[in-house]
Design a protein around this ligand. Structure first.
Ligand SMILES: Cc1cc2nc3c(=O)[nH]c(=O)nc-3n(C[C@H](O)[C@H](O)[C@H](O)COP(=O)(O)OP(=O)(O)OC[C@H]3O[C@@H](n4cnc5c(N)ncnc54)[C@H](O)[C@@H]3O)c2cc1C
Length: 411
């Protein structure tokens, strides 16, 4: 019987272990934490958005852009939903975002653990993998406990995001030791820090808008939704969605500017016309009250201050320049991005093992026969909305199946 060592007991590792064991392999799972599936518990605010029915190539990023989609097409959202249903998890669909019906992330982690136990996967928690040594017949895996021998190894140690859940980045060194190249590993799905001091005055505001990131004249990413303003910068789902590009551009030494559009459904001209009509209808309103009821007070106070319009000036006395300045602040509110928040705050990382060095059908290393990869350790990151766990299920399932069934050097 073939022995497969799965290193890392997160989402992708557990999926790989269950799949390989279902295919008849003996599976040993090594996890350096004291429990498996710890990160899953904090996903989706404790509810675990484990996949999404909308699946398109743009939902997955990689420096090798065709790589993730080729695999997701083979084990996608419906496969994940069916897989968890088979393990007893009914799903709940919120506009395509899929959660366990119980709204408990622990349900997802628990059924994976129970299935591993049913399939007699040897789960060795508190065991850190320190080195992988490929041999002629077997791999030797050096750990802080006893060494492990295996015919195949699936490396599923995650990224550097949320290291308190166990993903401390040590897996990257294991892969580098075996000759693999890394695409720079940087925080993604994370808040952005900005330079301007005035942000303190609008901290706590949540409002609909569009965020566009620019490097010079080039728009590198944009997204719309509920933006959250914080004392140090910008947050919210649209900011998370663009953060990977900010991380990368800053890493490359570029200057990154974020423009926020607080009336994304209206053009500049339409917004200007709206402001003028509002002033004509309420000429007696003082500038400080002019936008009351349209925008959050903290925002309008800041815009009036930055526009140079005196707080007491009457709307009927606004000049064309006043209107344009105000409109510019509403439509193209500029802030300078200085950094992404740290790995501790990031939900995932962009970058990882260069997928050009991995077989796109089997997830086997092109350098080390019998070594497979799954999950976030690879240079694949999904957008917010269940896509990162979907990548873990896809890559875990395919690597587990391929490792269990490849015949080349079976023991
Ligand atoms: C707060 C938060 C919320 C999220 N919400 C969602 C969501 O709702 N939907 C979604 O799709 N995605 C979400 N994600 C992302 C998703 O959780 C991850 O992409 C996914 O869990 C990655 O799975 P993985 O198996 O690659 O890595 P991990 O889950 O990080 O697992 C890696 C495992 O390997 C172990 N390990 C590491 N090094 C070693 C070693 N040397 N030896 C032994 N063991 C080792 C670690 O302890 C860990 O258990 C969220 C992430 C966070 C942080």
């Amino acid at each position: 019987m073939k022995t497969i060592a799965v290193i890392g007991g997160g989402a992708s590792g557990m999926m790989a272990a269950v799949t390989a064991a279902s295919e008849g392999a003996r599976v040993i799972l090594l996890e350096h934490g004291n429990q498996v599936g710890k990160k899953i518990l904090s996903t989706g605010n404790g509810r675990c958005n484990f996949t999404n029915t909308l699946q398109e190539p743009f939902c997955y990023h990689s420096d090798n852009p065709l790589f993730p989609w080729r695999l997701v097409k083979r084990f996608g959202a419906q496969d994940a939903i069916a897989f968890f249903l088979k393990l007893g998890v009914y799903s709940k669909n919120r506009n395509g975002y899929i959660y366990p019906n119980s709204d408990q992330a622990s349900a997802v982690a628990d059924v994976l653990r129970m299935e591993m136990e049913r399939l007699q996967v040897e789960i060795r928690t508190g065991t850190e993998c320190r080195k992988i040594i490929p041999g002629k017949k077997h791999f030797r895996i050096l750990t802080d406990r006893e060494d492990v021998r295996a015919d195949r190894v699936i490396l599923c140690t995650g990224s550097k995001a949320a290291p308190n859940t166990g993903s401390d980045g040590s897996g990257y060194d294991l892969a580098k030791d075996l000759g693999h190249r890394m695409i720079p590993v940087l925080p993604a799905l994370v808040q952005l820090r900005c330079r301007e001091k005035f942000l303190k005055s609008i901290a706590g505001v949540r409002t609909n808008g569009r965020v566009s990131l620019y490097c010079g004249d080039e728009c590198i990413a944009e997204n719309a939704g509920e933006i959250q303003l914080t004392a140090y910068g910008i947050s919210g789902i649209p900011v998370f969605q663009v953060s990977r590009w900010a991380s990368r551009a800053l890493y490359e030494g570029k200057e990154v500017t974020a423009f926020l559009d607080f009336m994304p459904d209206y053009s500049f001209e339409q917004t200007l016309a709206f402001l003028k009509a509002r002033a004509a209808m309420r000429p007696q309103k003082r500038a400080e009250d002019f936008l009351t009821g349209v925008f959050h007070r903290k925002l309008s106070d800041l815009w009036i201050r930055l526009s140079g319009i005196g707080r007491e000036k009457k709307a009927g006395e606004f000049t064309e320049k006043d209107m344009e300045n105000l409109c510019g602040l509403i439509k193209k509110f500029r802030t300078t991005v200085t950094a992404a928040n740290s790995f501790e705050q990031a939900q995932v990382c962009c970058g990882g093992i260069d997928t050009a060095e991995v077989n796109p059908d089997t997830l086997e290393s092109l350098y080390v026969p019998g070594l497979y990869f799954a999950g976030e350790i690879l240079d694949v990151d999904g957008i917010c909305g269940g896509y990162n766990l979907q990548w873990a299920w896809t890559s875990g399932h395919i690597s587990g199946k391929e490792a269990a069934n490849d015949q080349d050097q079976s023991a």
